[in-house]
Design a protein around this ligand. Structure first.
Ligand code: HOZ
Length: 432
C-alpha cells in the first residue's frame, strides 16, 4: 500500500452501483465528498490506528476518525476484545444489562451535570429526547439554538444548521412543519446580546437554550470568554434549561467535556461518539429530579429496542475506563498543540487554525472565525483544492470546511508532521 489515489476504479464502480440503490450513493450527505470536488467518494475497507485504507488499496492518515469517536484510533485492541467477548454472549436483548449500569456510572462520574443518564443509539435521538424533556420540565415550547451548530437531524434544531446542511448550503429542510420552526429561535454563536434580546422577547416561553459549548459543526469555533457563562445566567433568569450538546466535545476536550474545561454546568447534556467507543451509542443526562420525569417513573416518553445495546456498552466501557488517566488529556493537548502550531506556520497567513484540545479546523479564512457568518465566508473552493491535494498525498481531511480534524492517541508526531508538511507544500504551490 502506498499513499494517495493509485487507481480509483473500484470506488468509481461502487459509487455507480450505490447511486442506483442509496440516495446520493451515501448514508449521510457529507460522505458524498461533492463539496470538495470529488467525482465519487472514497470507499473505506479498513482502518488501523491513525490510518484508513480504501477499496483501491490507497492508504491515508485519517483526520476524520469517523467524525470523532475513536480516541484511540481504528482497531483499538481493548475495544475490539470487549466487543467480541460481549458478542459471544448475545448481540441484543432489549432488556436491562449490567454493563448499562457500569457505563452510566462512568458517565455520571465524569460529567459534572449528570447524575442520571439515559442511553440511546445516536446523537440525533439524544438531542430530540433532551428537547422533549426540556419542554416537559418547563411547560414551554420555544427553543433557542445557534446558527452553525448542528444537533443531528432533529426537526426543531435543523434551522441554519452546520455540518452537512452548511456543506450543502441547505438553510432549512423541507418536511419540517412550519409550526415546529415557529418555536425555534436562531441566534448567532458567540453573540451574548442577541441571546439577551431573545430572552427579553421570549423568556417566559423559552424551554431551553441548546448549544454546542465548543462549536464543531461549522468547523471548530471556541466560545468567546463569557459566552457560556452568559447563557447560564440567561437561563437562570428566565427559567429555561441550558442544554449542552457535547456529542463531539464530551470526553474529547476533557474527561468531563466542555463543562469541565470551561467550568459552566448546564442542566442537560447530550453525549455521543466517544461515549460509545465507535459503536452506535449516545446518551442524555442531567440531575435526577429532571431525568426522573422520563417514563417509566415520569410521564415523558422515550425508549428504544437497541438502547443500551450490549456491544455498544462494552465498547463504551472499554474506552471510558482508560480516560480516568489525566495523561490521556495532557498527551492529546500536546499533540493538538503541535498540529495547531505546525499548520499555522505551514499556512503562513493564508488560513487560520482554530483548536480546542483534540479538535481543530484549518479555516481558509484570515480569522478569527467567531460565528457561522464568519465560517461561511471561508474560501470553500480553496478548501476543496487543499482536500484533494492532501488526499493525493495520502492524507484524509474532513470533506467539508465546516467540520473538525480529530486528534487521537494514534496520531503520533510522524502523522502530524507529515500532514503539516503536505499542507505547507499546498500553500507554497498556490501562493507561488
Ligand atoms: N454530520 C456528521 C459530521 N458532523 C457526519 C456524519 C457522517 O457522515 O458519518
Amino acid at each position: 500500500m502506498t499513499g494517495g489515489i493509485a487507481s480509483p476504479s473500484r470506488a468509481a464502480a461502487l459509487y455507480a452501483r450505490a447511486l442506483e440503490l442509496i440516495p446520493g450513493g451515501v448514508n449521510s450527505p457529507v460522505r458524498a465528498m461533492q463539496a470538495v470536488g470529488l467525482d465519487h467518494p472514497i470507499f473505506v475497507q479498513r482502518g488501523a490506528g491513525a490510518y484508513l485504507e480504501d477499496v483501491d488499496g490507497n492508504r491515508y492518515i485519517d483526520w476524520v476518525l469517523s467524525w470523532g469517536p475513536l480516541l484511540f484510533g481504528h482497531g483499538d485492541a481493548s475495544t475490539f476484545a470487549a466487543v467480541v467477548s460481549a458478542a459471544e454472549k448475545g448481540t441484543t436483548f432489549g432488556a436491562a444489562t449490567e454493563r448499562e449500569v457500569e457505563l452510566a456510572a462512568e458517565i455520571a462520574d465524569a460529567v459534572p451535570s449528570v447524575d442520571q443518564v439515559r442511553l440511546v443509539s445516536s446523537g440525533t435521538e439524544a438531542a430530540m429526547s433532551a428537547v422533549r424533556l426540556a419542554r416537559a420540565a418547563t411547560g414551554r415550547d420555544r427553543v433557542v439554538k445557534f446558527a452553525g451548530c448542528y444537533h443531528g437531524h432533529v426537526d426543531a434544531l435543523l434551522a441554519e444548521g452546520g455540518s452537512g446542511l452548511a456543506t450543502l448550503g441547505i438553510p432549512a429542510s423541507p418536511g419540517v412543519p412550519r409550526s415546529v420552526i415557529a418555536d425555534t429561535i436562531v441566534c448567532p454563536y458567540n453573540a451574548e446580546a442577541a441571546v439577551a434580546d431573545a430572552v427579553e422577547r421570549y423568556g417566559d416561553e423559552l424551554a431551553c437554550i441548546f448549544v454546542e459549548p465548543v462549536a464543531g459543526n461549522m468547523g471548530v469555533v471556541p466560545p468567546v470568554p463569557g459566552f457560556l457563562e452568559s447563557l447560564r445566567s440567561a437561563c437562570d433568569d428566565c427559567g429555561a434549561l441550558l442544554v449542552f450538546d457535547e456529542v463531539i466535545t464530551g470526553f474529547r476536550i476533557a474527561r468531563g467535556g466542555a463543562q469541565e474545561r470551561f467550568g459552566v454546568v448546564p442542566d442537560l447534556t447530550i453525549l455521543g461518539k466517544i461515549v460509545g467507543g465507535g459503536l452506535p451509542l449516545a446518551a442524555f443526562g442531567g440531575p435526577s429530579e429532571l431525568m426522573e420525569r422520563l417514563a417509566p417513573l415520569g410521564d415523558v416518553y422515550q425508549g428504544g429496542t437497541l438502547s443500551g445495546n450490549p456491544l455498544a456498552t462494552a465498547a463504551g466501557i472499554a474506552v471510558l475506563a482508560r480516560l480516568r488517566d489525566p495523561a490521556v488529556y495532557s498527551e492529546l493537548e500536546r499533540r493538538g498543540a503541535r498540529l495547531e502550531a505546525g499548520l499555522t506556520d505551514a499556512a503562513a497567513g493564508a488560513a487560520c487554525v482554530q483548536r480546542v484540545g483534540a479538535m481543530a479546523t484549518l479555516f481558509l479564512h484570515a480569522g478569527p472565525v467567531r460565528n457561522f457568518s464568519d465560517a461561511v465566508a471561508s474560501d470553500v473552493e480553496r478548501y476543496g483544492a487543499l482536500f484533494r491535494a492532501l488526499l493525493a498525498s495520502g492524507i484524509y481531511l474532513a470533506p467539508s470546511q465546516f467540520e473538525a480534524m480529530f486528534v487521537s492517541l494514534a496520531h503520533d508526531d510522524l502523522e502530524i508532521d507529515r500532514t503539516v508538511e503536505a499542507v505547507g507544500e499546498f500553500f507554497a504551490s498556490v501562493t507561488r
